[in-house]
Design a protein around this ligand. Structure first.
Ligand SMILES: NC(=O)c1ccc[n+]([C@@H]2O[C@H](COP(=O)([O-])OP(=O)(O)OC[C@H]3O[C@@H](n4cnc5c(N)ncnc54)[C@H](O)[C@@H]3O)[C@@H](O)[C@H]2O)c1
Length: 236
């Protein structure tokens, strides 16, 4: 499975520099903060203000933005509109992302009905299911298509990204069908390891894993003995 290794930075194009995954994740947070500033009509923002809005510290923000070749101007800060378009371009959001969701159960329907994707550059253009009782039903303005028509509907709707919200047992074969139909960006919620060719980007969302990591940290925070490990000792 290929993890997204980070994006090639605009400024570092010649050197082939990649934006590290952690910085990449924070860029999406800066983008959300910048969108809020734009909505409020704010044209300039200092690195301190933007860092605070994004919940990070200023040196980290400046380091992240340096991957885009964006250094702001001392005493003037960043041009909100310009920085917004720089980050959007680096994240590939200047192109239209047309998302197909496979699986119109609890998760698929909730995702299809979520209004927040559109404002962030992702339009849900198709929703599929195999269950005859679900096919033909509507979620917002979308009608659920039969999964047998996957390739045809993907072509007609010009979908270029797909979300798998199906049971684990059918995820691989549907993933293969998506790849055969030309989809190269897939987000999977199915709790299973998927095999994909090298040219396909696959991301997995696993809330259970996230909760387990959270539980690990919560347990350490509650137990002073665990907290007096190497990290705590190093700080002494
Ligand atoms: N990653 C996470 O954090 C997370 C959270 C919740 C659920 N999930 C996973 O997401 C998936 C969906 O969860 P859900 O709660 O929506 O389940 P669900 O049972 O409500 O929905 C699954 C849908 O997939 C459809 N389906 C089954 N076979 C299909 C096929 N061959 N082609 C097309 N559609 C098909 C079913 O008819 C059903 O409508 C599951 O694999 C679940 O384990 C992951």
């Amino acid at each position: 499975m290929s993890e997204i290794p980070g994006l090639r930075s605009a400024a570092g194009e010649q050197q082939g520099r990649q934006i590290p995954p952690a910085s990449l994740a924070r860029l999406t947070i800066y983008l959300r903060a910048l969108n809020s500033l734009l909505a409020e009509g704010i044209e300039r923002v200092s690195s301190d203000e933007l860092a605070e809005a994004a919940g990070v510290n200023s040196p980290m923000l400046r380091k992240d933005l340096s991957y885009l070749g964006s250094y702001g101007t001392r005493g003037v800060g960043y041009d909100v509109q310009y920085l917004n378009s720089q980050i959007s371009t680096a994240l590939g959001l200047s192109q239209d992302w047309r998302v197909a969701i496979v699986g119109a159960g609890n998760l698929g329907r909730a995702l299809a009905g979520y209004s927040g994707f559109q404002s962030r550059g992702f339009e849900v253009v198709a929703l599929f299911d195999a269950d005859q009782l679900i096919v033909g039903t509507e979620v917002g303005w979308l009608r659920v298509s039969p999964v047998q028509d996957l390739a045809t509907v993907l072509g007609r709707t010009r979908a270029n990204m797909a979300v798998l919200a199906v049971p684990a047992g059918v995820a691989q074969s549907l993933c293969d069908e998506l790849v055969d139909a030309g989809i190269t960006s897939i987000l999977s919620f199915a709790p299973v390891v998927l095999q994909i060719p090298d040219h396909v980007q696959l991301r997995k969302v696993d809330m259970a894993t996230e909760l387990q990591i959270l539980a690990y940290h919560a347990q350490r925070a509650q137990d002073p003995d665990l907290e007096s490990g190497p990290r705590a000792r190093a700080a002494q």
